[in-house]
Design a protein around this ligand. Structure first.
Ligand SMILES: [Zn+2]
Length: 121
């Protein structure tokens, strides 16, 4: 399950940045996961839960993981139509040629996060 190491990287990245900004807590992490990114959202959530339980600085059980799915999209280079491929290499549904260009769906990144500096509430 490589989601474990991906989640670990996300937490390191966010924690480091949050610390440098003087945050005492991370409230929410937004992650974009493309349908063709080879990352399973369920496994990612499970990994996040594991780290929450472990007790990572700045992250506790109230920290939310928000997964934003990115749909797969491709454009056929022969007939220029846009379609939703099931795999990275997909046949165009119109001309049945494999010359399509993937334009979205492979993304895996931290979109943003919300932290608090301890002065609220
Ligand atoms: Zn085509």
């Amino acid at each position: 399950m490589h989601e474990m190491s991906l989640m670990s990287e996300i937490i390191d990245l966010v924690s480091l940045d949050a610390e440098s900004k003087g945050f005492v807590k991370v409230n929410k992490i937004h992650v974009v996961v493309g349908d063709l990114s080879n990352v399973l959202p369920d496994a990612l959530e499970l990994a996040f839960f594991f780290f929450q339980q472990q007790g990572v600085p700045l992250i506790d059980e109230e920290t939310e993981l928000c997964i934003i799915r990115e749909a797969a999209k491709a454009i056929c280079s022969a007939c220029q139509i846009e379609f939703e491929p099931d795999y990275r290499i997909a046949l165009c549904p119109e001309c049945k040629q494999p010359h399509s260009l993937l334009i979205s769906g492979e993304t895996f990144r931290v979109e943003s996060y919300e932290g608090s500096d301890g002065n609220e509430g």
